[in-house]
Design a protein around this ligand. Structure first.
Ligand code: 13P
Ligand code: 13P
Ligand code: MG
Ligand code: MG
Length: 365
């Protein structure tokens, strides 16, 4: 049977500051989901959170970009924003950048990752959710999962993966896209995805079957709003096992806490720390950035799970290393490369300060 998996997320208010989601908000979202499920809008659903971001996970048969599904998610975020306002949570309605819903949440603030596929005999999926970072944070992990044999041994020794994967890359500044075949074109691919603030892996497909393997949210809040309103805090869906990397190969990239952009005021580079859901509470300097992974088996669209994949002890060394890197980066204070490069600072609150000082510059002789 054909199933669509939709993950739609928004930061509608933080508790306390930007560090966590309030339990009443999660409960309210769960009530909405339960009601809509009863009414038959979708097959199954879960509410999830990563730090101050609220995720709605839904399975249905309505395809991607479905107006009813998107409108439902928007309405849940609107109602939860009202609750966040009544609790005076921090940044209530932060990601709700449009005044009213029109057709689709894309471009309106919330992030979306969706995929439609024929459910396999055993359908393993991992949903990654991040806080205090930007869309683009998935570039290196997705590259490692689907193109790096030092990460994914299946690319070498599994006949059904040996032909490689196709990467769909979006240029979010120019609103255009390009596809690359791995492994032949990995050097070309890396030219672009090595610059994750602009080029983002939107989707990955199996080379032979054309089956969707991964799908990520690539919306950039600062480009939508034209100013800093918080970080994108993206989500990503990855199918696993069979023709796709095994669960352990999908999780392996996160054993290295790579530097991603985000953290305090969305203006810094910091280590991407894999954590259990209960530890997705970015507090030190509003971070460091977090990633959680929820694992599911799908059964006729039913979400069997989740398992909290990074709760595993084997990620303790990555967390330890992330804390050490965090300490090292913090010692740079307001200096690059802890602070983002100037070009990226254009999308923070810095332009207002530089404008104020503009008149004090005098030309050099
Ligand atoms: P099992 O024998 O436990 O199913 O594991 C097979 C496998 O491929 C693990 O990556
Ligand atoms: P969020 O994007 O998670 O709301 O964080 C914003 C911020 O400025 C943290 O310092
Ligand atoms: Mg926030
Ligand atoms: Mg957030």
């Amino acid at each position: 049977m054909k199933v669509t998996l939709s993950v739609i997320k928004a930061d509608i208010g933080g508790f306390v500051g930007h560090s966590e989601s309030h339990p009443d908000i999660l409960a309210r979202a769960a009530e909405h989901l339960a009601k809509a499920k009863k009414e038959g809008l979708f097959i199954d659903c879960r509410v999830a959170k990563c730090g101050d971001d609220l995720q709605l996970i839904m399975t249905h048969q309505r395809g991607e970009d479905d107006e009813k599904i998107h409108k439902f998610a928007w309405d849940v975020f609107v109602d939860c924003t009202e609750l966040a306002k009544s609790l005076k949570l921090h940044g209530a309605g932060q990601d709700m950048l449009a005044d009213a819903f029109s057709g689709n949440v894309r471009g309106m603030g919330p992030g979306v990752a969706e995929m439609e596929f024929e459910e396999r005999g055993a359908e393993t999926v991992i949903i990654f959710m991040a806080d205090k970072t930007s869309a683009g944070a998935w570039n290196m992990p997705l590259y490692k999962m689907f193109a790096d044999p030092f990460n994914t041994i299946g690319l070498v020794i599994a006949a059904n993966m040996h032909s490689g994967f196709v990467f769909e890359v979006h240029d979010v500044k120019k609103s255009r896209k390009i596809t690359f075949n791995a492994p032949e074109e990995i050097y070309d691919l890396l030219v672009f995805i090595g610059a994750p603030s602009r080029y983002m892996v939107k989707a990955v497909y199996h080379r032979i079957t054309g089956e969707i393997a991964a799908s990520s949210s690539t919306q950039k809040l600062s480009l939508i709003a034209g100013r800093y309103v918080g970080k994108d805090d993206p989500v990503c869906i990855v199918r696993s096992q069979g023709d796709f990397p095994a669960v352990g190969e999908v999780l392996e990239p996160f054993t290295l806490p790579i530097l991603v952009e985000g953290w305090m005021r969305g203006s810094h580079h910091g280590p991407f720390m894999p954590v259990a859901v209960e530890d997705s509470t970015p507090t030190r300097f509003d971070g460091p950035p977090r990633v959680v992974a929820l694992g599911f088996q799908l059964s006729a669209g039913k979400l069997v799970g989740p398992r909290d994949m990074f709760a595993d002890k084997s990620f303790d060394p990555a967390r330890q290393q992330a804390n050490e890197v965090a300490e090292y980066m913090r010692r740079h204070g307001p200096f690059e490369p802890h602070r983002l490069p100037l070009e990226e600072m254009e999308y923070t609150t810095m332009p207002e300060v530089s404008k104020k000082l503009e008149g004090r510059f005098v030309d050099l002789e």
